[in-house]
Design a binder for this molecule. Structure first.
Ligand code: B16
Ligand code: MG
Length: 214
């Protein structure tokens, strides 16, 4: 059994993907094109600046000026922050709290490993900031998933070895990152998309500690 579990945030603990989508869609509209929900799938788990690159390529827009790109990303983020500032505890995905409590009572450490620079804001909004032993987010890493940096840092701060960790992820890039870190990984979502995970669950509802036995 693992000594620690590391949770991705967006798509695992909460469904903030819908807010990212609304904000990117609004930016696309301003730039004069439509951005669909299907296009948005490609942004899951990807960093803010890489997401912008994908968005621009969907719109067939070429921008070379880094400052202009930073401004666009900041604009999107301002809108995104407006949405997440309205979040409540009710937006924690089903079964998450119960499963986290199960882990804690079994003495298993819990951490967050997210690409988002808004991690702390979100955790504060949903009342879970103090629940986690360690939080590694987009402000603490230099290499985005699929690079394993975020998960390796979490293991280091938890004082456990990578092979003693189990990661929960909803994105393909995140599953690759966990695998390269030498960790077990449980996908949360569609098994046909998350096929490289060791196991895949649809949700945390009704899950027991048996889930993290391999
Ligand atoms: P921000 P995760 C990721 O979070 C999201 O899945 C991705 O869509 C987003 O672009 C990225 O965080 C950066 O977020 O703009 O808030 O810094 O899934 O790694 O928890
Ligand atoms: Mg995610």
């Amino acid at each position: 059994k693992p000594k620690a579990c590391i949770f991705d945030l967006d798509g695992v603990i909460v469904d903030t993907a819908k807010y990212h989508y609304l904000a990117w869609k609004r930016l696309a509209k301003e730039l004069g094109f439509e951005f669909t929900e299907k296009d948005n799938e490609r942004l899951k788990g990807v960093s803010r600046m890489e997401s912008l690159e994908i968005l621009l390529s969907v719109g067939g827009i070429k921008i070379d000026d880094e400052n202009v790109k930073l401004q666009l990303a900041e604009k999107k983020n301002k809108w995104y922050v407006e949405y997440i500032n309205q979040m409540t505890k009710d937006e924690i995905l089903p079964g998450v709290i119960e499963f986290l409590e199960l882990l804690k009572s079994a003495g298993i450490k819990v951490a967050i490993g997210s690409a988002s620079k808004n991690t702390i804001t979100i955790l504060e909004r949903i009342g879970l900031k103090d629940f986690f032993d360690v939080i590694i987010d987009g402000t603490k890493i230099s290499k985005a998933k699929p690079d394993p940096e975020v998960f390796l840092k979490a293991a280091e701060e938890l004082s456990v070895r990578p092979e003693e960790c189990c990661v929960f992820e909803d994105a393909v890039a995140g599953i690759q990152a966990a695998k390269s870190a030498g960790m077990k990984v449980i996908g949360v979502g569609d098994p046909t998309i998350l096929k490289d995970a060791d196991k895949v669950i649809q949700s945390f509802q009704g899950q027991t500690l048996g889930l993290i036995e391999f």
